[in-house]
Write a protein that binds this ligand. Structure first.
Ligand code: C5P
Length: 202
């Protein structure tokens, strides 16, 4: 039987870290769905339309993690993510991933609301704007990207606004999601809280 953990929230709130830790703890598969939109967005940077980019997406497009993490690609991702045809093209893959036996964790923006409305556990992970900007800035610097804190903060703000305002699958917490505000939590504590929520649903 499938067991799905849906993790949503704004950019750089800790969804990926929590998702990976939950998956590792319970032996579930993990899908960072932002990578799908980033890979489509990256394909549009040479002028390909979002619709064509989504249809041409291949598994190998997801492998170049350093390039996909670039803030220009993040911006392109949030633009293509507002196109209904793009979201439709990615829906089946995400649902099939969630339905695999052995359990799955998916993190993104619309997992608990659109992709997996029947998920066993729904978490909405958030943190203050300043905390998220600092965390993402540190991550990008560690990966070798040269970028100012202000630029990172502006990227997050712009994407969050676009993601929350779009007509198709906007970013918002599912009515039955547990909200985890990680602003004042160390990562260990956030992970512990997420593991408790999953344990309670098993
Ligand atoms: O999670 P990440 O920051 O990598 O996502 C990049 C962009 O992809 C987001 O800003 C959002 O526009 C889009 N996205 C989405 N739905 C998801 C995952 C990501 O719209 N499930």
């Amino acid at each position: 039987m499938s067991f799905t953990v849906a993790i949503d929230g704004p950019a750089a709130a800790g969804k990926g870290t929590i998702g990976r830790a939950v998956a590792a703890h319970f032996g579930f598969a993990h899908l960072d769905t932002g990578l799908l939109y980033r890979a489509v967005g990256r394909r549009t940077l040479d002028g390909t339309t979002p619709e064509d980019a989504a249809l041409a997406l291949k598994a190998s497009d997801l492998e170049d993690d350093a390039a996909l993490r670039h803030p220009d690609v993040a911006q392109a991702a949030s633009r293509v993510a507002a196109v209904p045809e793009v979201r439709r093209a990615l829906l089946h893959f995400q649902r099939a991933f969630a339905a695999r036996s052995g359990g799955a964790v998916l993190d993104g923006r619309d997992i608990g609301t659109v992709i997996c409305p029947d998920a066993a556990v729904k978490l909405f992970v958030t943190a203050s704007d300043a905390v998220r900007a600092h965390r993402r800035h540190a991550e990008l610097i560690a990966k070798g990207h040269e970028i100012d804190l202000d630029e990172v903060a502006a990227d997050l703000r712009q994407r969050d606004q676009r993601d929350a305002a779009r007509a198709t699958a906007p970013l918002h917490a599912a009515a039955d999601a547990v909200t985890l505000d990680t602003s004042d939590m160390a990562i260990d504590e956030a992970v512990t809280r997420a593991l408790e929520a999953v344990e309670a649903a098993r």
